[in-house]
Design a protein around this ligand. Structure first.
Ligand code: NAD
Ligand code: DAU
Length: 379
């Protein structure tokens, strides 16, 4: 079968990657989507059960750091687009084991860039019609000040805000904000972003970088705040709040991120950076209370029943105070908007985890349980 495009999505068995693969496979039957994933602890083919038999979907288990394998794969499928999500993604793990983060996030990205460059440069049309799209994070910008701890009404249209939404400072991350990463995770992502831009500036590779805020939604590995806490509330386990719970994160529903990736892959300008976010800042503790309220409501518990599970623990080392993305450029230039109001997104997410207990149990019953116990030892 001849496909109009052959696109590699790396990290497609992970949280965000699985939403991107699903969207592209369903929306573009004329494209072949090649999901390249090493299946680390975070990769899970159960995330893609519903599309695994589609004729335009291919799964390849491979390590992005393996240059020869990447080059061969790109040749085999005459790949003309790469959407690169594969990464080590958890900040706490990067604090314990920075080497793995440098290997996958930096060397892995470099290996993909070099393989794509060699292949495309050898073709008569070279870079024409090609795309190397690198998915990055707002964490590369560092931390913003929380100089309005009680919050202010943000000076922009807040499409994803709920009642009571606040901006906790008067500065935001813009595409022009200088990089200032703090954690080994964000340092590795910053380095990979620089390599991607360097391949454009040096060789003329058709690259795009986007920096997105915190994602939430179905299929997120339960080491991350939202799925971890939903599962702990359900199992009446402690909810380990780092520090005072005052840190601010800017949350976006994962399907909105996937839609942004679709728009930017097709319509974004080469060499540009786009920030992706929904102007949706929450202090951790306030967000945790929304989760508790939602889970208790759905499980039929009395209001406030699970508040007693909140347990303040030792803070994350170097814990960034506040992230807040300004996505005006993306909204104005490409017309993307987040679709979900936050409480709506949280309710949808809580229902998904409660309805998909088997998915959760398959993860939490094995090796991961041991890791989780070690992680919280001494906190
Ligand atoms: P995830 O940890 O859920 O998934 C990562 C995937 O990459 C897994 O399937 C894993 O098996 C795969 N992978 C890891 N190392 C690999 C290797 N060496 N070779 C091939 N595959 C490998 O991550 P996520 O939360 O879905 O994040 C995806 C991307 O989006 C990352 O690049 C991350 O930095 C970025 N990002 C994430 C968020 C967020 O809130 N989760 C926000 C902004 C940007
Ligand atoms: O901002 C984008 C980033 O968002 C992505 O680049 C990362 O890949 C992704 O993991 C996420 O990073 P965070 O560190 O913000 O996400 P996490 O879910 O780990 O933590 C969210 C906030 O909650 C953070 O302030 C730390 C806090 N936290 C987290 C956990 C796991 C707790 O208080 N307790 C916890 O047990």
């Amino acid at each position: 079968m001849n496909f109009k495009r052959n696109i590699i999505v790396t990290g497609g068995a992970g949280f965000i990657g699985s939403h991107v693969v699903r969207l592209f496979v369903n929306k573009y039957p004329e494209y072949r989507i090649i999901n390249v994933d090493k299946l680390t602890y975070a990769g899970n083919l159960a995330n893609l059960k519903d599309i695994e038999d589609k004729p335009n979907y291919v799964f390849v288990k491979a390590d992005i750091c393996d240059f020869d394998a990447m080059y061969e794969l790109m040749q085999k499928y005459a790949v003309d687009g790469i959407i690169h999500l594969a990464a080590e993604s958890h900040v706490d793990r990067s604090i314990k084991d920075p080497f793995t983060f440098a290997r996958t996030n930096v060397m892995g990205t470099l290996s993909l860039l070099q393989a794509a460059k060699l292949m495309w440069e050898a073709q008569p049309e070279k870079y024409e019609g090609k795309r190397f799209y690198h998915i990055s994070t707002d964490e590369v910008y560092g931390a913003l000040q929380m100089n309005r701890p009680e919050g202010i009404e943000p000076p922009f249209k807040t499409v994803a805000s709920s009642e009571g939404h606040k901006a906790y400072g008067d500065d935001f991350f813009y595409e022009t904000t200088k990089y200032n990463p703090h954690s080994p995770y964000s340092a590795s992502k910053a380095s990979s972003d620089h390599f991607v831009r360097a391949f454009h500036d040096t060789y003329g590779m058709p690259t795009i970088v986007t920096n997105c805020s915190n994602n939430y939604g179905p299929y997120q590995f339960p080491e991350k705040l939202i799925p971890l806490f939903i599962n702990n509330i359900r199992n009446r386990k402690p909810l380990p709040v780092y520090g005072k719970g005052e840190n601010v994160r800017d949350w976006l529903f994962v399907e909105d991120h996937a839609r942004a990736i679709d728009v930017i892959f097709h319509e974004g300008k080469i060499a540009e950076t786009y920030n992706i976010g929904g102007f949706n800042e929450w202090k951790n503790i306030d967000l945790i209370k929304v989760m508790i309220k939602t889970v208790d409501k759905i499980l039929g518990n009395p209001e406030g029943h699970s508040l007693e599970l909140i347990t303040y623990v030792t803070d994350r080392l170097g814990h960034d105070a506040r992230y807040a993305i300004d996505s005006t450029k993306l909204q104005k230039e490409l017309g993307w908007e987040p679709s979900l109001q936050f409480e709506e997104g949280i309710e949808k997410t809580v229902r998904w985890y409660l309805d998909n207990q088997e998915w959760m149990d398959n993860i939490t019953s094995g090796e991961y349980e041991k890791y989780y116990q070690d992680m919280y030892k001494g906190r």
